[in-house]
Design a protein. Structure first.
Length: 228
């Protein structure tokens, strides 16, 4: 049975070596990335540095570890990025990005289904990269660059389980958790639960449970006589 690495960050710069290593194992063009984040992380540099939490996706694409069209981004919404130049670069490389504005208009379930379909459009395997700041700061205050308004934990956590159940995930990272900024351990608890959801989804896939959006009938249906 193949091992699946789950890497705990650290800032998002670790996506560069994480995803590169997995992509190199499985072969050119065979690994896609589903990227949950408030920010695109495609910058050329940050304060003059080419390696930072704002640049890993550009490094992966420029180093030819993962093709641009194999990146699916969910939850983008920063008030200051991407600018027109960065948006043009993302479009030219074929990245497929789903901003919070789209999620608000179309609904998260619809966007998530499209993202899953896009993620399987070409790649044989997937790497999931979860920047905890994709969550609204109400659910993840302990991060370096919080951005309202974001996903709720009731949206994100089932989505992680569903992706790991329904798609061939071969690696994952969870990044940008900052414990010293985390009053009440809210961020840590949600990051911890995301790991559990990923492991649950992987186990469901290995067990052969049918999808999509599988829920155990024992917990998903009301008792007899109390509704459908």
């Amino acid at each position: 049975m193949v091992s699946i690495p789950i890497v705990l960050g650290g800032d998002h710069s670790i996506l560069w070596p994480d995803a590169a290593a997995v992509a190199d194992v499985y072969g050119p063009g065979k690994v896609g990335v589903i990227h949950f984040d408030a920010h695109p992380d495609c910058s050329h540099e940050l304060f003059g540095h080419p390696v930072s939490h704002a640049t890993p996706i550009r490094r992966l694409i420029e180093d030819e570890h993962v093709p641009g069209r194999n990146f699916i981004q969910i939850g983008l919404r920063s008030a200051i990025a991407p600018d027109d130049e960065l948006l043009d670069w993302m479009r030219e490389r074929g990245l497929r990005a789903h901003f919070m504005a789209e999620i608000d208009r179309r609904g998260f379930d619809v966007v998530l289904q499209q993202a899953i379909d896009e993620a399987l459009d070409g790649p044989e395997f997937l790497f999931v990269s979860l920047d905890i700041d994709v969550l609204d700061p109400a659910f993840a205050p302990g991060t370096g660059t919080p951005e309202p308004p974001g996903l709720t934990n009731r949206e994100l956590l089932p989505a992680i389980r569903r992706i790991c159940h329904e798609t061939p995930v071969v690696g994952m990272d969870i990044v940008e958790v900052a414990p010293h900024l985390d009053p009440g351990y809210t961020t840590t608890m949600n990051a911890r639960r995301a790991i559990f959801e990923a492991l649950t989804g992987i186990a469901m896939r290995r067990k052969g449970l049918a999808g999509p959006a599988y829920l155990d009938p024992a917990v998903a249906k009301p008792p007899p006589g109390q509704g459908n």
